[in-house]
Design a binder for this molecule. Sequence first.
Ligand code: R5P
Length: 303
Amino acid sequence: MADLDDIRDGKNFGLGVAAKTEGFYLKGLNNSDWGLKNRLSRIFNKKSGRTVMLAFDHGFLMGPTSGLERIDLNIAPLAEYADCLMGTRGMIRTSIPPTCTKPVCLRTDTGTTILTEMNHNVLIAEQDAIRMNAAAMAAMLSVGEKGTEDKTIANFSRLVDIGMTYGIPVMGVTAVGKDMARDARYFGLASRVCAENGASIVKTYYSEGFEKVVACCPVPVVIAGGKKLPELEALELCYNAIQCGAAGVDMGRNVFQSENPIAMIQAVGGVVHDNLKPKEAFDLYNTLSAKKAPAKKAVAKKK
Ligand code: R5P
């Protein structure tokens, strides 16, 4: 209760101390709203300015692909090592415990599977993204794909309108058209289209000349891992992307299809946050994998 007889005069006005007016730590986002910046601060590490997002949204297009057969068994245990979880509402709601407080980048578009053409892309209701406490929303832009480009760009623009209404950042996922060359020219164009349409984060693929893709995209760029590679090669991919200015990864198959996903996500984190060289990160992967192996045997013996 406000006590009228206890109004004490303030003494600590910090006179002579200038009010803090520091800029925001993520590229191109200084002019964003407080809520949007606050959500981004949950996704991007404030010390490194980068993120390790764990992507497990593949199933909405591909079904139960290898490593994603059981999200509760294969993905939930990795959550503690990720900075952000990127998945669909169905998988997160059913298979990630709500007690997990990692920020969620919710896959917000849907419509078709790999069995047909990607031409009926739609967005889920924003109320559900808010209900799921999404820290970011992601949708695909299929640039250069006839019959899909206009729909996905329209969807994406609408999603940014929604995101701006509620202060939720939107990540543009650059899809690779079937007939498109997977080079810096294409990824640079697709990434730029995402940013021009209001993306706060852009997810694209690493390629030769990636520094140009990053340079002409005014917001943080994270890379997808793509098809499963041998662990050292995947770590080299991360390293090269970081050297070119990437703000981290949104990686799936190269983590959850690894022989040791928990070791792999930590090795990726070493490259992204601690600037480990690929060989150093691979050593870390091997050390962590070796630690895991005896524990497995001990369990087997007990039985
Ligand atoms: C693509 O639309 C999805 O967002 C995937 O999650 C993405 O490509 C990242 O996964 P991966 O590292 O397996 O390529």
